[in-house]
Design a protein. Structure first.
Length: 294
């Protein structure tokens, strides 16, 4: 039977842990609300922008924008979006595993030649791939301390410049897409070259006839870079909301597990105390019987 003092110490330790995990769950719940509002507000704009590009895609020539240039992917850049902190279940490990799987299955030849670079947004991803000796494009972990469109656009412009200059032939994003607090969808999207959206023909679909002002070329020139920036910004917001959802769920589960462990420890404590009392009573009775016989 466990020592009473040892069980009391474990009960005290588990109780403290339970209080911490419960507090972290509530903090993540508050942050999740703000992060969810941000991604929900952006999605209609991103959807409309994608719709406009879809209507324009049929008339955009392949050389109308340098971001549409489809080259053989000899040099690849992967934008890996993780978090700066842990305690979020499998949130970070799933992204790292998906990135490694993507490299081994799709870009194994480029990796052997040392032509796979990593741009990590988030400390966890940056630390992992730095230790794995990948070519790292800066350290962008500070983005989450001031997460806004301007700061994300600065990173996107760096990526776009690298693509236009020929430093990378293809850029892909690996991130967690937010569905709800308990569900994050592991996603991989091609950022560059921009793929023209293929619209599905339906019976009810109507052709949209746009009036271009000042010109189609000028609008295309402005719209495509903005679409690329919005795509990366949306991925970062999705990942940010997913992080808080995953952490809230993980801390909720940890709080429940601590409660179950406390029940077991208290039962063990009561059993140990009862056994100690029984032993003491037995010793007293035995001693009294010995004295009366004497």
């Amino acid at each position: 039977m466990a020592n009473l003092k040892e069980v009391r110490n474990r009960i005290s330790s588990v109780t403290s842990t339970q209080q911490i995990t419960n507090a972290m769950k509530m903090v993540s719940a508050a942050k999740l609300k703000r992060a969810t509002n941000a991604i929900v507000d952006l999605r209609p704009y991103a959807t409309k922008l994608k719709e406009i590009l879809s209507n324009l895609s049929a008339s955009i020539e392949g050389n109308a924008s340098p971001y549409l240039e489809n080259r053989s992917p000899e040099k690849v850049l992967l934008v890996v979006i993780t978090s700066n902190r842990g305690l979020a279940g499998a949130f970070n490990s799933s992204i790292i595993k998906a990135t490694n799987l993507l490299i081994s299955q799709k870009y194994a030849e480029q990796h052997r030649k040392g032509n796979v670079s990593i741009l990590a947004i988030g400390k966890r991803g940056h630390d992992h791939f730095s230790k794995a000796n990948y070519a790292m494009i800066g350290n962008h972990s500070e983005l989450f301390s001031q997460l806004n469109f301007e700061n994300t656009s600065a990173i996107t412009e760096l990526v776009m410049k690298g693509f236009v200059d020929g430093d990378y032939d293809r850029v892909e994003i690996v991130y967690n897409q937010f569905k709800n607090a308990a569900v994050q969808i592991l996603s991989t999207e091609q950022l560059l070259p921009l793929e023209p959206t293929v619209r599905e023909e339906t019976e009810t679909q109507t052709e949209v006839d746009y009036i271009f002002e000042p010109s189609k070329e000028k609008i295309t020139e402005d719209l495509i870079p903005k679409s690329i920036k919005i795509q990366l910004y949306k991925a970062v917001l999705d990942s940010h909301a997913s992080e808080h959802g995953a952490r809230m769920t993980a801390m909720d589960k940890a709080t429940e597990n601590a409660g179950e462990l406390l029940k077991a420890l208290k039962l063990s404590y009561n059993q140990a105390r009862q056994a100690a009392i029984t032993t003491e009573l037995t010793e007293i009775v035995s001693g009294a019987a010995a004295l009366s016989e004497g």
